[in-house]
Design a protein around this ligand. Structure first.
Ligand code: E4P
Length: 234
């Protein structure tokens, strides 16, 4: 399963790229609002850090507006994917972008049917929001459980991108369900790295290593002292 970072923070993307685990990036207007500045500059910088797909979201609600914004994003870098919300207008825009050879990520998907429609319209990426469904006491992963086999059974040319990930367990479940991609906040990526027993084990190994080195150094010193002492008597 591919792992995307769900952020517009350049430093977080740089770190994940250095770890060798970064397959792409998703942004949205809320993530962009957290960093501010020029959205276009941020997207260009992200595209310099990863060759994987970088999602840039349109905010227009009409087809022509979505097309205008999306075409401008697509000119920024070859790996830009235009993020379009699930709606009647969104489906039309996705279909028009597909005709123009511009890749899209259909966002704000909450049912397998919405995912099926987006795939048929020509979206490369389908983004079901699992966390927001969990937030309203629904089972977010159920959408992934239904959508992944539908995409595979009908050999649709789209990938299921699990979005709105809240914790590492979402990532494990996404992988077990055969999702193609999970996009994760940097904090979740860090949580995936750590385990209390791993972190404790690293500290214990270092302490034991230092104790052993100290004991070995003391033994060497005693041996040298003994050898020096017996040399004087001879
Ligand atoms: C990513 O493509 C989505 O926009 C993002 O995962 C939404 O996450 P949220 O529900 O935590 O805002």
């Amino acid at each position: 399963m591919k792992i995307f970072l769900d952020t517009a923070e350049i430093e977080e993307i740089r770190i994940a790229a250095r770890w060798g685990v970064l397959d792409g990036v998703t942004t949205n207007p809320t993530l962009y609002a957290k960093v501010g500045g020029s959205y276009e500059d941020i997207l260009r910088q992200i595209c310099d850090l990863t060759a994987g797909p970088v999602s840039a979201e349109v905010v227009a609600e009409d087809v022509e507006g979505m097309l205008r914004e999306g075409r401008a994003f697509a000119k920024l870098a070859p790996n830009i994917v235009v993020k379009v919300p699930m709606s009647e207008e969104g489906l039309e825009a996705i279909s028009r972008f597909a005709d123009e050879g511009i890749k899209t990520n259909c966002t704000l998907i909450f049912t397998a049917n919405q995912g099926l429609l987006a795939a048929k319209a020509g979206a490369s990426l389908l983004s079901p929001f699992v966390g927001r469904l969990d937030d309203i006491n629904e089972e977010g992963m159920e959408v992934i459980r239904e959508l992944v086999p539908i995409i595979e059974m009908y050999e649709l040319d789209s990938e299921v991108l699990v979005a709105s990930v809240r914790h590492p367990r979402h990532v494990t479940e996404a992988a077990l369900l055969g999702a193609h991609i999970a996009t994760v906040p940097f904090k979740v990526l860090q949580q995936m790295v750590h385990h209390p027993l791993t972190d404790k084990g690293i500290v214990t190994f270092r302490e034991d290593w230092e104790k052993a080195r100290k004991a070995a150094a003391e033994k060497d010193a005693q041996t040298a002292a003994a050898a020096g002492g017996s040399g004087r008597h001879n």
